[in-house]
Design a protein. Structure first.
Length: 597
C-alpha cells in the first residue's frame, strides 16, 4: 500500500524451497508486513513551501543583472546592484521561483531601506504576489518606494494550507537605487593656459581635474572631446578614476573657438549632460587684456571698472555674467561699452543677495574677441552694499573698529566715528590715505567713494597742531606685510614680529616734509627707519615711542628693552632699534620727527 492509497494490494509471488520471491511496485517508500498482522495508518506529512530570488540558471531572468558567480555559476555573494539609470528605472522586476509539495498560493516580498549605507531601517512588507502550482516562477515589480538609497530584500512563500516559509534573519539580495546623474569634475585646468584665452600652440595640451562626484553609486567612465560647435577634432573614452587627459592638436583653424566637452556617467548608468569645461581660440589675441578690473556691488546691480592699456586695435568691452555655483554654466551676455575710452559699466536688473560671477572680454575694431577674463571671486548685489570692517586711528584716542556698509553715506560713517571716539562730527577731520574726506561728499555712499573692506582711516580733532603730518604719514598695520615703503607700496623684507602691531604716525615740527621718510622696515629683531633730512636742516631727530597698553601711555623704545644705532650716508640717515629683551603683545609704535635749523 502507498501513502496516497493505503488499501493493501496483494503481490504475486513464487514459493521456492520455503522462500517467497516477489517483485516490488515502483513506489519508493515501502515496508514488509507479515500476513495476518496489523499496522497503523501512515501519517501524512505536508512540507513547508520555499521561495528564492532567481537571477540565474534554468528559468531565471535577471534583467541583465551581472551577478558575481562562483565556479559553479551560482551567485557568489549578495551585493547591491544599482538601478535607476540605464540599468533600469523604477519600477523594475525582481524574478523569483517558489515550490511546495502541494501548492504555492502566494509569495511575499520584504525590504528595508537606508538613505546612507549601513544605516538600515526596519523590515517592511512590500507586496504579496498570488501564485498557483507546485513549482512556480514570476517577477515582482519593485517601485523603490522610499526613493534613492539602498534596499535589502528577502522573500517568503505561502502554501494552500497557509503554511509559511521560515524567513532567514538577513537579506537575500539587495539593490541600490540612484537616478541622479553625476556631477562634472571641478577645478579642471590646462597646464599652461586659462580657459577662454587664445592659445598659439595647442600641440601638447594637458588637462587635469578633481575626481568627479556622485550622490550615491559613484562616478564611472567619461566621454571627452575637443571641437567646434559643428564638429569634433578629437574624442576619447576615459575609464573610471581617470583625472587627466593629454591631447595633441594640429590642423586647427586660425581664430576658431574650440571647446573641451566632458560627459560622464555613474555606476547606476545615469549619464550627465554634456558640459563645456574649457574653451580656447587658436592663434594670437587681436587685442590686449583690460587691466585693474574691479567690481562694486550695489542694489540690484554690479558696477565694473577697468583700465584701458594703449591699444590701437581695441574697440569696446563686453560684460557677461552668471549666477555662481555652476562652474560650467552658461554666461549671459550683458552690456557693452560705447567706445574705446569707456572705463566702467553697470550690469543692472540683478537680484539682491544672489552671488554672481563676471566675465570681461575686450573686442577688437574688426569685431574679434580677445581673451575672456573672469573676475576673481563672486559678487553679490545688496540693498545695503558689501560689509566693510574699517579701522580708524583717532589722534590721542587709540584705534577703533567700525562696521559699515557700502551703501552707507559718508555722513553715516562720521556718525559712527563720533559714537565710538566721542569727537563731535563737526570737529573731526577724516583722512583716507593722505586725502581728506570732503564734507561736500557726505551724501555719497562709501562704495562710490572707493572704500573697501579693511581700509584704515585717520581721525583728527580740529585744532590739533600735528594734524597735517599725522595724516600725511598715515596709519599702517604691519601684521601681514614684509615692510612698508612710503607711499605704501610693499617690497621684500624680513618677517615682522607679531608684537609690532601698529605704527600710528609722525608728529612734531610742522615744517618737516613727511615725503622725506623713505622706508620703515621690521625684522624679527629690529625696527629700521630711513629718511632724508630737509636740505636746509642741520639735522633731523627721529624719536620712536611705543605703547603696550593700547595707547594710554607711551615710552621710548630704548626704555622698554631696545637699543639704538644711527648711520648717516650723505643726506640719508638710517636709525635702527634692536630688541634686547622683553616680550610685547600688540605694541603700538609712534614716530616723532624734529628738525633743527
Amino acid at each position: 500500500m502507498t501513502v496516497e492509497s493505503p488499501t493493501p494490494v496483494s503481490l504475486s509471488s513464487i514459493n521456492t524451497n520455503g522462500k517467497v520471491s516477489f517483485t516490488l511496485p515502483s513506489f519508493s517508500n515501502w515496508g514488509i508486513l507479515k500476513i495476518g498482522s496489523s499496522v497503523s495508518r501512515p501519517l501524512e506529512i505536508d512540507e513547508t513551501p520555499e521561495a528564492n530570488f532567481q537571477f540565474r540558471g534554468t528559468g531565471g531572468y535577471g534583467g541583465h543583472r551581472p551577478d558575481k558567480v562562483n565556479e559553479d555559476e551560482e551567485i557568489k555573494e549578495n551585493y547591491l546592484y544599482w538601478k535607476g539609470g540605464n540599468h533600469g528605472k523604477a519600477p523594475f522586476d525582481i524574478p523569483f521561483i517558489a515550490s511546495d509539495d502541494k501548492q504555492v498560493e502566494s509569495v511575499k516580498l520584504y525590504y528595508r531601506f537606508a538613505a546612507k549605507e549601513d544605516e538600515w531601517g526596519n523590515w517592511k512588507e512590500f507586496s504579496t504576489t498570488v501564485a498557483s502550482g507546485k513549482n512556480v516562477s514570476g517577477a515582482i515589480s519593485f517601485s523603490a518606494p522610499e526613493g534613492e538609497g539602498y534596499y535589502q530584500m528577502r522573500i517568503q512563500a505561502i502554501d494552500n494550507e497557509e503554511q509559511t516559509e521560515v524567513v532567514i534573519g538577513r537579506d537575500e539580495t539587495g539593490y541600490g537605487f540612484d537616478e541622479t546623474p553625476p556631477s562634472p569634475p571641478l577645478n579642471l585646468r590646462e597646464a599652461k593656459h586659462q580657459t577662454g584665452h587664445w592659445i598659439e600652440d595647442p600641440s601638447s595640451l594637458v588637462f587635469t581635474w578633481n575626481e568627479a562626484s556622485d550622490n550615491l553609486s559613484g562616478a564611472g567612465m567619461a566621454n571627452v572631446s575637443i571641437g567646434t560647435d559643428y564638429m569634433n577634432v578629437v574624442s576619447d573614452s576615459l575609464s573610471r578614476g581617470t583625472n587627466s587627459w593629454a591631447v595633441d592638436l594640429s590642423s586647427l583653424e586660425e581664430g576658431e573657438r574650440y571647446k573641451f566637452v566632458y560627459r560622464n556617467e555613474d555606476l547606476a548608468g545615469n549619464w550627465a549632460d554634456s558640459n563645456t569645461v574649457f574653451t580656447f581660440r587658436y592663434g594670437s589675441s587681436p587685442v590686449l587684456n583690460r587691466e585693474n578690473i574691479r567690481v562694486s556691488e550695489g542694489s540690484e546691480q554690479l558696477s565694473v571698472s577697468w583700465t584701458n592699456p594703449s591699444d590701437t586695435n581695441f574697440s569696446h568691452v563686453l560684460l557677461s555674467f552668471r549666477e555662481s555655483g555652476d562652474d560650467y554654466g552658461n554666461w549671459i551676455s550683458g552690456p557693452t561699452s560705447s567706445d574705446s575710452t569707456t572705463t566702467s559699466l553697470d550690469i543692472s536688473g540683478l537680484e539682491n543677495d544672489i552671488p554672481y560671477e563676471v566675465l570681461l572680454t575686450a573686442i577688437s575694431k574688426n569685431g574679434k574677441f580677445g581673451n575672456e577674463i573672469k573676475v576673481a571671486g563672486t559678487h553679490t548685489p545688496s540693498s545695503t552694499g558689501p560689509l566693510y570692517i574699517l579701522k580708524a586711528i583717532v589722534s590721542g584716542g587709540g584705534v577703533i573698529d567700525i562696521s559699515a556698509y557700502g551703501n552707507d553715506s559718508l555722513l553715516t560713517l562720521r556718525e559712527k566715528i563720533h559714537s565710538k571716539s566721542g569727537i563731535p562730527i563737526n570737529n573731526a577731520t577724516i583722512y583716507l590715505g593722505s586725502s581728506e574726506l570732503d564734507t561736500l561728499k557726505d551724501a555719497q555712499s562709501l562704495q562710490s567713494l572707493g572704500f573697501e573692506d579693511g581700509y584704515q582711516l585717520t581721525v583728527l580733532e580740529n585744532g590739533n597742531p600735528d594734524a597735517q603730518s599725522f595724516a600725511q604719514w598715515q596709519y599702517t598695520e604691519f601684521g601681514d606685510s614684509k615692510s612698508k615703503r612710503l607711499p605704501a607700496d610693499d617690497y621684500n623684507g624680513d618677517t615682522i614680529p607679531n608684537f609690532v602691531h601698529y605704527a600710528l604716525g609722525i608728529s612734531g615740527d610742522e615744517t618737516y616734509d613727511s615725503e622725506n621718510l623713505l622706508e620703515i622696515s621690521y625684522s624679527s629683531k629690529s625696527i629700521t627707519i630711513v629718511y632724508h633730512k630737509n636740505s636746509n636742516a642741520n639735522e633731523a631727530i627721529v624719536t620712536v615711542e611705543a605703547s603696550v597698553d593700547d595707547g594710554k601711555t607711551w615710552d621710548t623704545l630704548s626704555n622698554i628693552g631696545m637699543y639704538e644705532s644711527v648711520e648717516t650716508v650723505g643726506e640719508t640717515q638710517t636709525v635702527s632699534w634692536r630688541f634686547s629683551e622683553g616680550s610685547y603683545v600688540d605694541m603700538l609704535v609712534q614716530l616723532s620727527v624734529f628738525e633743527n635749523y
